[in-house]
Design a protein around this ligand. Structure first.
Ligand SMILES: Nc1nc2c(ncn2[C@@H]2O[C@H](COP(=O)(O)OP(=O)(O)OP(=O)(O)O)[C@@H](O)[C@H]2O)c(=O)[nH]1
Ligand SMILES: [Mg+2]
Length: 230
C-alpha cells in the first residue's frame, strides 16, 4: 500500500486537522525536512519505542515491528526503515539527545534517549529535596538540548510548598517549577502544556519520587507512546 506522506514534506501549507499517526508519535518538520518524497515511500519513517538486547522495537504509520540490533539508535530515534535491510536503516538527525559516558569504559558513549521535547526533573517536597540534584539534572537536560521543567511531588504531604518552590526556582529562571500531588488527576492539568499530542516527555529523578504516577496517567490520557523513563 502506498501511503500519502505529502502533508509532512516541507512547503506543505499548515492545515488544521487531527494529528496523523506519525505526528502522534512525534513526527514533525524537523524530521520531514531531512528527506524527500521518494525516500518517504521507499523507506517509511518509524520511531524507536524500545531498545532491547535483541533489537529495536519500532512504531510507524501502520507499522509495529522489531528489528535486530544494527542501527546506532536509541529510544526516541526516528529511522527510515529499509524493509529489505532493516539493519541499514538511516537514523534521522536528532532534535535532542541524552547520552552519557558508558560506565567502566574509556570514551565510549551510551545513548540514553533521543528527540525528547521536555524533561520533567522530579523530586519531592520532603527531606529528599536536594537542590544540587535538581541543578545536575537540569544541566543534563540543557546539555541534551531539552527544556527541563521541575516537578515537586508529594505537595500534599507538606503544609507549605513555598520554601521548596522558592529553592527550586533558584536553579534557573528559565525552568518552570510545578508543585503537585502526583497521585491524582492534578499532574494532568498542571503538566498539560508540555504533554500535548506528539510531544515526547521524559521523567528524571531518583527512585520513589513519584515519576511513575504522572507518567502512567499521562500515557493513558494521551493514548500515545512514551520513551520510557531512565
Ligand atoms: N502522598 C503522595 N504520595 C506520592 C506522590 N507521588 C508518589 N507518591 C507515592 O510514592 C511512591 C513512589 O512513587 P513512584 O511514582 O512509584 O516513584 P518513582 O519515582 O516512579 O520510583 P522508581 O520507579 O523506583 O524510580 C508510591 O507509593 C506513590 O504512590 C505524591 O505526590 N503524594
Ligand atoms: Mg517508577
Amino acid at each position: 500500500m502506498v501511503r500519502d506522506y505529502s502533508a509532512f514534506l516541507p512547503g506543505s501549507a499548515p492545515v488544521r486537522r487531527d494529528p496523523t499517526a506519525l505526528e502522534r508519535l512525534g513526527w514533525g518538520p524537523a524530521f520531514a525536512s531531512q528527506i524527500d518524497a521518494n525516500a518517504l515511500t521507499a523507506t517509511p519513517p518509524v520511531r524507536v519505542v524500545a531498545v532491547h538486547r535483541s533489537g529495536l522495537q519500532l512504531a510507524g504509520d501502520g507499522i509495529e515491528e522489531a528489528i535486530p540490533p544494527g542501527p546506532e539508535a536509541t529510544v526516541g530515534d526516528w529511522l527510515l526503515l529499509d524493509p529489505a535491510r532493516p539493519r541499514s536503516s538511516r537514523v534521522l538527525q536528532r532534535k535532542s539527545l541524552i547520552k552519557r559516558r558508558a560506565p567502566g569504559t574509556g570514551r565510549e558513549v551510551q545513548l540514553i534517549a533521543a528527540n525528547i521535547d521536555t524533561v520533567f526533573v522530579v523530586t519531592s517536597c520532603n527531606q529528599d529535596f536536594n537542590v544540587a540534584r535538581l541543578e545536575r539534572y537540569g544541566a543534563l537536560a540543557f546539555e541534551a538540548g531539552i527544556d527541563p521543567v521541575i516537578v515537586l511531588t508529594k505537595a500534599d504531604l507538606t503544609d507549605d510548598t513555598a520554601p521548596y518552590v522558592e529553592e527550586a526556582r533558584k536553579v534557573s529562571d528559565r525552568v518552570p517549577v510545578v508543585a503537585l500531588d502526583a497521585r491524582g488527576e492534578e499532574p494532568m492539568k498542571a503538566l498539560a502544556d508540555w504533554c500535548k499530542p506528539g510531544q515526547t516527555v521524559a521523567f528524571l529523578g531518583s527512585s520513589g519520587f513519584g515519576k511513575s504516577d504522572p507518567h502512567q496517567r499521562a500515557s493513558r490520557r494521551a493514548g500515545r507512546r512514551h520513551s520510557g523513563h531512565p
